[in-house]
Ligand binder design. Structure first.
Ligand code: GLC
Length: 452
């Protein structure tokens, strides 16, 4: 019995060690990504012409023949990815992911495995190559979105959200799944061979049984890592990244879509899982006339929110058929950039603080530097929960001016927690000062010790 117990313990121990090792490798691989915190998502394809989002083909059951008119008309004469890259950089973004192929199957790169590509449309160019060159030239990291689903390939069956699902004639066709997965692997291999160092591979998406090994995911991921050993992968091949020992294809980060989780994301062993919330600027990924744009305030606060929980924000733009990022998106990006010019120190390389969320805003933290993000102005002093004796310095991030730090101005009271400390945005302990920035005013503190 004793032997069995010892054996079980040694197995558990080696399993822990193993998974710790894999975990550490992922931490190392994702370091730049977790430091970057802010990226640009680009959904661009021929669906910009109907301008009703990238799902238009399925939503309106458009046949391949009828969709062809968009391919034949795709002529983005104003495409200047260097301008896109400058807009991203000025906004404070550090990386960009562009759709190489979306669900409609149309390739924005010059693949030798299909004729269904931008080079054969009036565009006549490898749009992905230009994207990669331009963003790299501006110092941003680059990644590819690649749809596992394909509504154009003759061997991808008309199941699920396929535009021809329910079409009797189409259903009579024979589909050769191996042909499709080979096609997919070949294209991924092209993308990771012909365009230099690629920083992120962003697969989308798995559903029902079209998940995991249905995509030959282990084989695919091994090929990806062989071609690009340092690349990081999203988690949409169908694995579970939150397991103590995730599948080989579970990816390197979790990707909440159109939501910001309420807490940091942890795995079964309570360790941090890198994550990236992908969020649209209006309500579509691909270009559309939807006018419900997020404001600069929404975006800045979303960014601070995700960073306060150890996450990233991947903010989407949907360029139009001419190749322009909509002006409304550019305006938001530029205002976000103005805020980042002053406050990015509280974003890059930062993560959660071991403090609960205060009433007046949020905390982000890097090493022994704590950033207080004030989004709600206060009456008088601002409390720092449980931080009495733990803050040794406080200044406004924008201009380094000194902040008042002390106890409640009117002595001990039953409604004041003894362990809280207070700061204020001006010299007086009990004055009320206007926020420097209504959207998010950042105060920077040095901590003496956060563990006490
Ligand atoms: C969804 C949609 C897709 C979009 C993606 C972005 O999976 O199908 O259109 O590209 O989310 O996260």
């Amino acid at each position: 019995m004793k032997k069995i117990i010892l054996f079980a313990i040694s197995i558990m121990f080696s399993f822990q060690l193993f998974s710790q090792d894999v975990y550490q490798q992922r931490e190392d691989r994702t370091k730049w990504f977790r430091d970057a915190r802010f990226g640009m998502f680009i959904h661009w394809g021929v669906y910009a012409i109907p301008a009703r989002g990238e799902w238009v083909q399925t939503n309106e059951h458009i046949s391949a023949e009828n969709y062809q008119k968009y391919v034949d008309a795709f002529n983005p004469t104003e495409y200047n990815p260097r301008e896109w890259a400058r807009a991203a950089k000025k906004a404070g973004m550090k990386y960009a992911i562009m759709t190489a192929k979306h669900h409609d199957g149309f390739c924005m790169f010059d693949s030798k495995y299909t004729d269904y590509k931008s080079v054969n449309s009036p565009a006549g160019r490898d749009l992905i190559r230009e994207f990669v060159d331009a963003f790299r030239a501006e110092g941003l990291k680059v990644g590819f979105y690649y749809s596992l689903i394909d509504w154009h390939h003759p061997d991808y069956p008309n199941v699920g959200n396929h535009p021809m699902n329910g079409n009797k004639e189409y259903s009579k066709k024979k589909f050769n799944w191996d042909n499709y997965t080979t096609y997919m692997q070949n294209q991924v291999s092209e993308l990771l061979t012909n365009y230099g160092k690629i920083d992120v591979m962003w697969f989308d998406y798995s559903w029902a049984e079209y998940s995991g090994e249905k995509w030959k995911a282990t084989e695919l991921v091994r090929m990806v890592k062989k071609l690009q050993p340092e690349i990081i992968l999203d988690n949409r091949l169908g694995g579970n990244i939150e397991l103590a020992k995730p599948e080989e294809y579970a990816g390197d980060f979790e990707g909440p879509e159109q939501i910001i989780p309420a807490h940091p994301i942890l795995d079964q062993l309570g360790r941090n899982v890198p994550w990236e919330a992908c969020i649209t600027l209006n309500n579509d990924w691909g270009y559309s006339a939807d006018n419900h744009y997020k404001t600069d305030k929404d975006v800045i606060r979303a960014l601070v929110n995700v960073v306060s929980k150890n996450g990233n924000l991947l903010l989407n733009v949907g360029p139009d058929a001419k190749g322009r990022i909509p002006k409304k998106s550019l305006d938001v990006l530029s205002k976000v950039g103005e805020w980042m010019d002053i406050n990015s120190e509280s974003i890059y390389g930062c993560g959660s603080a071991p403090l609960s969320k205060p009433e007046w805003g949020r905390f982000t933290m890097k090493g022994d530097t704590l950033f207080a993000h004030i989004t709600d102005s206060n009456m008088g002093q601002y409390y720092m929960p449980g931080m009495k004796g733990k803050i040794c310095n406080g200044k406004m991030l924008s201009d380094d001016r000194e902040m008042f730090i002390g106890t409640y101005w009117n002595g001990k009271r039953s409604y004041i927690d003894e362990n809280d400390v207070f700061f204020n945005l001006g010299p007086s302990s009990n004055g009320t000062y206007q926020l420097d920035d209504e959207i998010d005013t950042v105060v920077k503190f040095k901590l003496s010790d956060t563990k006490k």
